[in-house]
Ligand binder design. Structure first.
Ligand code: M6R
Length: 612
């Protein structure tokens, strides 16, 4: 999704803006641009379609653009195709205002018609340009930058994070936010806006998150923030404690591979502080045992891979808690008129904490009285701030679009919720509880073992990267795991892939299996191993080429039927997907590598989906 960075200080702004934008590249974009208040007066805007490097070459790494105050943007096209003219920043017709915008201005058509009627000429097809033109229109009436911003914000509808420059007020950036992430950075005599902390971490670790309705005015004297009623707001600052290197590749060819290999460490951070004296201790959760016992309905709501975590979680939580758990896609849940009351718990899962559909679902659930417990990676993100309770995953910054370590840590946290709730409800068997805690303790180490054996996966991928279609089959936890394996493969390798519950094959899907079809058969769940085997036999009989994943305990048995078998160490049932997902991540990675795909930035995808 679009990225925003803005700088006010004493250094030349453009190189800093380009560097910030380069750190936002992972979010996905199709064009980029910068605007700088020029020392000679006026606003200098440079932008271009394509990679940031194109823009950087155009302005010689920013050297060509003089001026110490500026804004930069990477665009992920929604309204209007990727093109130079549709790129941000948008300049108003008279050249007085430059605007960068993340989000969608829902009533832009009506505003555009109004302005055209007033004689304004538009250059782009975007919704965002109306902000620049409307600013100039109101400014021509009131001759006050801040007042014009206020009038614009009262007129526009939709979601926005805005960075705005005015040629008549060359000492400042004005920023505003509603339903799109925007943070403020406090440096030494220099100040920043950014959609994501990675853009500015090189310059400052002191940040504050803007809230909906707030307006920030940045000058070299500092940042002044006002709420929607123009009252001053004292922002709470947060210290970002991860290292810049965490957002760099550190010798790996891709962020995705680096993040796959970071999983043992990420899991240690997510699990260790929450296990004390053999018990799951969620000190960072506010919910009491009594509140837990009072919930009569439980939902898990998320998108994409986070939803797949919920799919695994459903099996585990229902088993541990003996309560029914409904897993919902956030984009469906928000419009489904969900049955919620004040005895409802909604567990919201999101790596970024900014996914718009998930955020909207959270608000819908909250408005209907639900208690919101979220599992989030990005500290201080919108979802984290609007939840009643947050359990952070502590996975560290995840840059690759395809999530890996966030998935693993979300799953571990959800499993710990299941165990803690099961204990509070008295529904979990004590031997099973102890075994699960032991399994969680061993999980990072076992994952290291899986990662050490990645050569087999690489070899298999190098022999099977040319398929047009790949199926993942499994039952129960293996089915939920297959959903994630299939998504990972399709998003980075562009191979068509589906995951099916093996029992469903005979009800239709098996007609797709023919000579040479690749089927990834997941058979880690020991209780259903025999059934998994019979599905393997079925697809093999129809000519499928099978790659099987099972546990060390069942490897020999599987090898009797399938020549290509991967195995994971034995563990308790509930943790099988936590280990099983790693070979599937690696398989996708190596297939995509063989196919020459842009692994960290797959086509059409964005890291954080902040539009509907
Ligand atoms: O940041 P979130 O966890 O809310 O993101 C949800 C999905 O957009 C995300 O998991 C997406 O499916 C990933 N690209 C999958 O790798």
């Amino acid at each position: 999704m679009c990225g925003i960075v803005g700088f006010v200080g004493k250094q030349q702004a453009a190189p800093i803006l380009l560097d910030g934008l380069s750190r936002l590249e992972y979010r996905g974009y199709d064009s980029a641009g910068v605007a700088v208040v020029s020392p000679d007066g006026g606003i200098d805007v440079q932008k271009s379609k394509g990679r940031l490097q194109v823009l950087s070459d155009l302005i010689h790494g920013g050297e060509d653009m003089k001026g110490c105050i500026g804004i930069g943007h990477t665009r992920w096209a929604t309204h209007g195709a990727p093109s130079d003219v549709n790129s941000h920043p948008h300049l108003s017709e008279g050249g007085k205002f430059a605007v960068i915008h993340n989000g969608i201005i829902e009533n832009y058509v009506e505003i555009k018609e109004f302005l055209i009627h007033q004689g304004v000429h538009f250059r782009s097809e975007t919704d965002s340009e109306v902000v620049a033109q409307l600013l100039e229109f109101y400014y021509n009436e009131c001759h006050d930058f801040l007042e014009a911003v206020g009038r614009v914000l009262r007129r526009i509808e939709g979601a926005y994070a805005l960075g705005m420059l005015c040629a008549d007020c060359p000492d400042r950036i004005i920023a505003a936010r509603k339903d799109a992430p925007l943070l403020l950075g406090y440096g030494d005599g220099e100040y920043f806006i950014a959609s994501d902390v990675t853009a500015i971490i090189k310059h400052t670790r002191e940040v504050a998150y803007m809230e909906d309705g707030e307006i920030a005015i940045l000058t070299t004297d500092g940042i002044v923030v006002e709420d929607a009623l123009q009252q001053p707001v004292e922002k709470q600052r947060h210290h970002i404690d991860w290292e810049v290197s965490a957002a760099e590749k550190g010798g790996y060819p891709h962020f995705m591979l680096k993040e796959i290999f970071e999983q043992p460490e990420a899991l240690r951070r997510a699990i260790s502080p929450r296990l004390k004296d053999g018990r799951v201790t969620l000190d960072d959760m506010k919910l009491s045992a009594e509140q837990i016992r009072n919930f009569s309905r439980i939902f898990i709501v998320a998108c994409g891979s986070s939803y797949h975590v919920g799919m695994v979680g459903k099996y585990n939580l229902e088993h541990l808690m003996r309560r029914s758990v409904e897993v919902c896609l956030a984009s469906e849940f928000r419009y489904s008129d969900p049955i919620i009351d004040d005895h409802t718990l909604v567990i919201v899962i999101s790596q970024s904490g900014e996914t718009l559909d998930t955020m909207a679902a959270l608000r819908e659930a909250k408005a209907r009285g639900a208690y919101i417990l979220s599992i989030v990676n990005v500290v201080g993100s919108s979802i984290a701030r609007e939840s009643d309770d947050v359990l952070y995953t502590w996975a560290g910054p995840e840059i690759a679009v395809a999530t890996t370590k966030a998935y693993s840590t979300q799953l571990a946290v959800l499993d710990m919720i299941g165990l803690a709730f099961g204990e509070a409800l008295g529904t979990v068997d004590s031997a099973e509880y102890d075994a699960a805690v032991e399994g969680l303790q061993k999980l990072p180490e076992q994952l290291e073992e899986v990662l050490a054996n990645c050569a087999d996966i690489q070899k298999f991928a190098s022999e099977h990267f040319n398929h047009n279609s790949i199926f993942f089959i499994g039952r129960n936890l293996d089915y939920a795991l297959g959903l994630e394996g299939s998504l990972k493969l399709k998003e980075i390798s562009y191979i068509h892939s589906e995951a099916y519950a093996s029992g469903e094959l005979k009800h239709g899907t098996i007609s797709l299996i023919e000579d040479g079809t690749l089927v990834v058969a997941l058979g880690t769940y020991g209780r259903l191993f025999d059934k998994a085997m019979s599905n393997v036999v079925e697809v093999k009989a129809r000519g499928a080429d099978v790659l099987a994943l099972t546990t060390d305990a069942h490897r020999a048995e599987m090898e009797k039927t399938v020549p290509n078998v991967l195995s994971i160490p034995n563990t308790v049932d509930m943790l099988l997907p936590s280990l099983g997902v790693v070979p599937l991540q690696l398989f996708s990675y190596y297939v995509a590598l063989q196919r020459g795909c842009d692994i960290d930035k797959p086509r059409n995808l964005a890291k954080s989906v902040t539009v509907e």
